[in-house]
Design a binder for this molecule. Structure first.
Ligand SMILES: *Cc1c(COP(=O)(O)O)cnc(C)c1O
Ligand SMILES: [Zn+2]
Length: 415
């Protein structure tokens, strides 16, 4: 293992990586895994890595697991990087979609839970708790069940039936949490940690989940043969963008890439606290917005975890931005993604909507390479399409003349 310690974002105290920690026991801030990059550098054999199967665990040296026997995997990661044939050419750029809708439970959360549950198994943890708007719950339930761990999943009370049925299929405990602001949830979780010492799997509170998102950097760099100019991630807590940024930072330190892409995050306009803090140049965001007011359910967060500090750092340090986009823009992006062949949930289409914002402001250079991360499948939230596809489908008898008439009608303009 090349990880040598966990270090606190605020007070700088460090802790062993082979003991169960959530947040800093001294000051309560977030912990980050630190690696001995020199030793890692000396050990890595990039050619043999390139020959391994394309999953998250292709990059196992970059993760804090001691014994590969503890790895809990469903083949997550290694998703296709799909070149855009519509949106990219229209903007004159080289655009790609990192299609994580193909993950084992239909969202990018599987990267994080494969690592977090593996680490928990290695630490001897047998019970866990997480909060979810849906996707994290499905992923957590799947991986904990497979690992033989007991888990409790707190879901927001307006989670879609599609997400709920998937979570419940794995047979773990599910509870609906009734609240107004996401701040109430984080307060509840803080109290649970403090009073019962329960090991948590909430993003960032659990120091492992975002660590797995470093794999975006490794995969995209391998797929493109170099770093892209920009990465655009949807932001809920910010585990995706922060982990991806950390991965690029490591690749740069290891001399694999010569510059870090501009990291862009995107929130829904209904809950824009981090985007607004970015525009003000602030390092910490304050709660804002209404988390019932957007279709992008997986990223509506009015109260940024720890003030969105890490998300803001990723944007400032890399020359990126944090955008916010309306539901109308997200719906347009959903349709363009579908025209490209990708069925996304609204949160996963937000990066394309953010790209259009960058284009409108004239921030894109011709021919630059941009990656939008599509974080989840449209099957999790089909009602998002209610306004976009009508349900008045014509019915015809199962007879050739009827089909012939229908086709003649449909295709007459095309002739
Ligand atoms: C959880 C989720 C996000 C947000 O990820 P964070 O790491 O919390 O920023 C984005 N898209 C989808 C589909 C998600 O499930
Ligand atoms: Zn601390």
């Amino acid at each position: 293992m090349f990880a040598h310690r966990l270090i606190c974002d605020s007070c700088g105290r460090s802790y062993p990586v082979d003991q169960p920690f959530n947040t800093c026991p001294h000051c309560g801030d977030l912990l980050e895994t630190e690696y001995d990059l020199e030793r890692l550098q000396a050990h890595l054999d990039w050619e043999s890595i390139a020959r391994r199967p394309n999953t998250l665990w292709k990059w196992r040296e970059f993760f804090p697991i001691n014994d590969p026997a503890h790895i809990v995997t469903l083949g997550e990661g290694g998703t296709p990087l799909v070149p855009s044939v519509i949106a990219g050419p229209a903007l004159g750029i080289d655009l790609y979609f990192k299609n994580d809708s193909l993950m084992p439970t239909g969202s990018f959360k599987d990267r994080g839970f494969s690592l977090a549950v593996s680490k928990a198994k290695e630490l001897g943890i047998t019970k866990g708790l997480t909060y979810t708007s849906g996707n994290a719950g499905a992923s957590f339930a799947a991986y904990t069940r497979r690992a033989g761990m007991q888990s409790v999943i707190l879901v927001k009370h307006w989670t879609t039936p599609e997400k709920l049925v998937m979570i419940r299929s794995y047979g773990q405990e599910v509870v609906k949490l009734v609240y107004d602001s996401f701040g109430e949830v984080t307060a509840l979780l803080d109290e649970a940690v403090a009073k019962v010492g329960l090991y948590q799997f909430v993003n960032f509170i659990n120091p492992m989940r975002h660590e797995a998102m470093k794999s975006y950097a490794y995969e995209v760099t391998e797929q493109l043969g170099g770093a892209p100019d920009r990465m655009i991630h949807p932001v809920g807590t910010g585990g995706g963008i922060w982990g991806s940024y950390k991965g690029f930072t490591e690749l740069k330190a290891l001399g694999r890439i010569d510059r870090i892409p501009s990291m862009h995050g995107v929130q829904p306009s209904a809950t824009p606290p981090i985007a607004e803090a970015f525009r003000r140049g602030d390092k910490v965001a304050t709660p804002k917005g209404d988390s019932h007011a957007s279709i992008a359910q997986s990223i509506v967060s009015d109260s940024p975890l720890k003030g969105g500090k890490r998300v803001l750092r990723a944007a400032y340090e890399s020359g990126g931005t944090i955008e916010d986009v309306t539901d109308a823009e997200i719906l347009r992006a959903l349709q363009v993604l579908a025209a490209e062949g990708i069925f996304s949930e609204p949160a996963g289409a937000a990066p394309l909507a953010a790209l259009w914002r960058l284009a409108e402001r004239g921030e894109l250079r011709r021919g630059e390479r941009v990656v939008c991360v599509v974080t989840g499948t449209g099957l999790k939230q089909p009602e998002a399409w209610a306004e976009l596809v009508s349900d008045d489908i014509q019915r015809i008898p199962c007879q050739f003349p009827a089909l012939q008439t229908f086709l003649a009608e449909q295709w007459k303009e095309a002739k």
